[in-house]
Design a protein around this ligand. Sequence first.
Ligand SMILES: [Mn+2]
Length: 329
Amino acid sequence: MKSFPLPPQNVLDSILNCKRAVVCGHGAPDGDCVNSVASMGLLLKALGKEYYLVNDGPFFRPEVEFIQDYLTEELPEDILNKETLGIVVDCSTPSRLGTKWNYFKNFTLTVVDHHSSGEDFGDARYIVPDSISTTLLIYQLYKALGVTMTKEAAQYIFRGFATDSGYFKFLHDGSGPTLRIVADLADCGVVLNDEYHYISGGKPFGTVRFFGELLNRVESFYNGKVLISHEEKEDFDRFGDNARASDDLYGTLTLVKGVQVVFFFKISKRCEGATEVGIRSNHNCSFDAGKFASLFGGGGHAKAAGLTVEGSYEEVKEMILTKVKDYLD
Ligand SMILES: [Mn+2]
């Protein structure tokens, strides 16, 4: 990417001319999603707009919990019409808004997103698959609309970027424009060292033990091209409900020599009797995690994706391992 694609005029107009706005991202939000919602809220506030932030949740990760303090549970009946602008952020299909789509189907819609797959919905769209995070697109909206970037807004934008870039690890060639934005965010008061500890620090002790257990369970298939691990029901009691070790697991396993793809099997909290599978592919191989996930109704990016399917760990593992061999280099 030589330069960052700027927001289309109809997207800018939709925001400037709206009477009020409601902002929403996908359910079970990640860091990019909630920080997109938060920074978009501050933008609307700076423009003097009446606005509401909504999200279906759940909010499982510590770094996304803060957004709950800013969310509205029930929107007033009388704003559910075309005079209200619905701003969808970090979400490529209406269904991922969950129950909030019941609100959004009544609104005029603007979509701001960086997913490469999905549905072509909304009245105005600012879609940049080359942008590593949705928050960087919101940064562009601040610039284009001439809204001053406060330190708080800059922190939200940086945190979304940090989440989706694996704290800079996933940036590839042509990342100059992205890094120039990060430099600007630093000028706005973002301290990268502080942010690293804010985002990654404060782990419960159980997370370390859980990580050790998950490493013990790693199994290798297809000459080490596929590595898998899984969680078990008892883990929640042993290590604590909020012990999340998946990021550490992916970070470690994707660096193993010869590995192409890592699968982590989780017991679904959202869907009784289903298994969730996190997928991460190695930097140097052609395995497309998002495409593979879509075979099972999931989705995501080339290097990181996820899916949820009915069935026990053993059943889903068998299914995935059978299918994956056709996609290895
Ligand atoms: Mn994102």
